[in-house]
Design a protein around this ligand. Structure first.
Ligand code: LLP
Length: 442
C-alpha cells in the first residue's frame, strides 16, 4: 500500500495568479473580474445567484481533442467512453456524444440519461459491481455495446436474463489486476482487497465458463484501477497483467477482441505533476500494440474536472483569535470532495481588486453543521467582504453529481458557457421540491 500523502503545507500553496496562469480558460479583467472563456462570472452570479456550477464547453471539447489526439498520435485505435459518473449533465453528455465519444455508465439512470442525451447504445459500456436484474434487462433491451461483468455471480444472472429475453450480451471481464494506484484509499479500485473486478487468478477459468454460457458472448477484458492517479507506473503494471491475460486466454482458444483500459488519469488540483495523455497513450501502446485488440478507455475527471467551477458568495467573515473563518454560501452538500477525500481545490476571488489585495491565511468553510464542511485551511486569501464572489476551481468532475440536499439545502444551479455566451442548464432546485414527494404517515 502506498503511504498516505503528507498534509499540504499551506506555505507552498500556489498563489491566485499561479492558479489562473495554469488555467488558460480563466482570466482576471480589471473591470469585469474573473472571466471564464471571456464571460464575466460576476454577471452570472448576479443573475442566477450562488452557489452555481459553471462549465466551459470549449475546455471540454479541447480536452477531448487533446486526449484523442494523444491516442491517435501513438497509433492507437481508441474508443473513448466518457465516465458519466463524473458529470451527468445532459449538456455535457450531448457535447461528448457530438465529439464521437461513447459513455461508461454504472446505473440504469446513467444509461437512460446517456441515451436521452444522444449517446448511441452501441457506444455505451456498463460497469459496476451491483447491476440489478432490472438494470441488466434494461441494458439488454437497449442492446448496449458492452457489459463489463465483475463477478461469477453477475455472469450467472446475466446469462439467465439474456436467455429468458432471447438476447445475447456482449461481455467483457473487468479484471482486478491487484495493482495499487497510490491514490486516495476511498477511490482505489484495483487492489485485491477492493470490491471491484474478477480476481486475476480466476479470470481464465471463468472466461472459459462464460464462453460456454447461453446468452453470453465474451468479447474481451476491462480494468480500472482507481481515480486521480498521478503516476504512470500503476497503469503500466495493470496493463502488463491484462496483456498477459489476453495472451493466456488466446492460448486457451478464447477470443479476445477488445481491451477497455478504464479511466483514472489525474489532474493537478494544487501543483501536483500529473501524467499527460501522451504518457498514458505510450503505456497503453507498450502493453497492447502487438496484440491486435480494439482499445477503449473510460475517462471522466481528466475531461471535465478543470472545465468546471463552483461560484459562491461570502456570507460573512468570522474573526477568531486564530485565523478567520470565511463562511461561504456553498457547502459540503454542494462540493463534497474536500470533506470526503481531504481534496484540495483552488479558491479564487472573482473581483480583480480582491485578487491582488494583501492576503493572509483563512479557513474557508460552508454553513453546514459539521466541522468537515471545510473547503480549505490556512488558505492565503484577501480580506473578503460579505457578498464577495469566489470561484472554487476544478469542480467540473465529481462536483454537482455528488451533491446532496443535506441541511435542506437545495441543489445549486448549473450554467453553461459556450462561444462567449452563457445559459442555465439546470435551474436551482426550488425549496418546495425538498418536501414535494414526502407524505405524512397514514
Ligand atoms: N471507469 C470506472 C469503472 C470507474 O469506476 C471510474 C471512476 C471511471 C471509469 C472514471 O474515473 P476518472 O477518469 O474520472 O478518474 N468521487 C471521486 C472519484 C470516484 C471515481 C470512481 N470511479 C472523487 O471525487 O475524486
Amino acid at each position: 500500500m502506498a503511504a498516505p500523502s503528507p498534509p499540504n503545507d499551506p506555505s507552498t500553496d500556489p498563489s491566485v495568479q499561479d492558479l489562473i496562469a495554469l488555467r488558460p480558460w480563466l482570466k482576471h479583467d480589471a473591470m469585469d473580474g474573473l472571466l471564464l472563456d471571456g464571460v464575466p462570472l460576476a454577471g452570472i452570479a448576479d443573475t442566477v445567484g450562488t452557489p452555481t456550477w459553471v462549465y466551459s464547453a470549449a475546455t471540454m471539447r479541447a480536452r477531448y481533442k487533446t486526449l484523442t489526439g494523444a491516442m491517435s498520435g501513438a497509433g492507437l485505435d481508441m474508443q473513448v467512453h466518457f465516465a458519466v459518473k463524473a458529470n451527468d449533465s445532459r449538456a455535457v453528455l450531448s457535447l461528448f456524444a457530438e465529439q464521437g465519444a461513447g459513455a461508461d455508465v454504472v446505473s440504469g439512470g446513467e444509461l437512460l440519461k446517456s441515451l436521452r442525451a444522444g449517446m448511441p447504445a452501441s457506444r455505451i459500456v456498463y460497469s459496476g459491481v451491483g447491476k440489478s436484474a432490472a438494470e441488466l434487462r434494461l441494458a439488454l433491451e437497449h442492446d448496449i455495446g458492452q457489459i463489463n461483468v465483475e463477478s461469477a455471480e453477475e455472469l450467472a444472472m446475466l446469462s439467465a436474463i439474456a436467455t429468458a429475453t432471447g438476447r445475447t450480451a456482449r461481455v467483457a471481464f473487468r479484471v482486478n489486476p491487484d495493482v495499487d494506484a497510490g491514490t486516495n484509499d476511498k477511490i482505489a479500485t484495483g487492489r485485491a482487497t477492493d470490491k471491484f473486478g474478477i480476481p486475476f487468478d480466476d479470470a481464465v477459468r471463468l472466461y472459459a465458463h462464460a464462453a460456454a454460457l447461453p446468452g453470453i458472448r465474451t468479447v474481451g477484458l476491462a480494468t480500472h484501477i482507481g481515480s486521480q492517479i498521478l503516476g504512470l507506473a500503476p497503469y503500466r503494471d495493470a496493463y502488463a497483467r491484462i496483456a498477459d491475460l489476453v495472451i493466456a486466454l488466446r492460448e486457451h482458444g478464447h477470443t479476445v477482441e477488445t481491451v477497455d483500459c478504464g479511466g483514472g488519469l489525474g489532474i493537478p488540483y494544487r501543483n501536483e505533476s500529473a501524467p499527460s495523455p501522451a504518457g498514458l497513450a505510450a503505456a497503453m501502446r507498450g502493453a497492447f500494440h502487438n496484440l491486435d485488440v480494439r482499445l477503449a478507455m473510460e475517462p471522466g475527471r481528466w475531461l471535465v474536472g478543470p472545465a468546471g467551477l463552483l461560484l459562491a458568495s461570502v456570507v460573512l467573515v468570522k474573526q477568531t483569535p486564530l485565523e478567520p473563518f470565511i463562511v461561504l454560501d456553498a457547502a459540503m452538500n454542494d462540493l463534497v470532495r474536500p470533506a470526503m477525500y481531504d481534496a484540495w481545490h483552488g479558491i479564487v476571488p472573482v473581483s480583480a481588486i480582491d485578487a491582488v489585495a494583501p492576503a493572509r491565511p483563512a479557513t474557508v468553510v460552508g454553513p453546514v453543521c459539521e466541522s468537515g464542511d471545510t473547503f480549505a485551511r490556512s488558505r492565503s486569501l484577501p480580506a473578503l467582504s460579505p457578498g464577495a464572489y469566489v470561484a472554487i476551481l476544478d469542480a467540473g468532475a465529481y462536483g454537482a453529481v455528488m451533491s446532496s440536499t443535506y441541511n435542506a439545502r437545495p441543489m445549486a444551479a448549473e450554467v453553461w458557457v459556450d462561444n462567449g455566451r452563457w445559459s442555465v442548464i439546470r435551474d436551482r432546485q426550488p425549496i418546495e421540491a425538498l418536501w414535494e414527494r414526502e407524505r405524512l404517515p397514514a
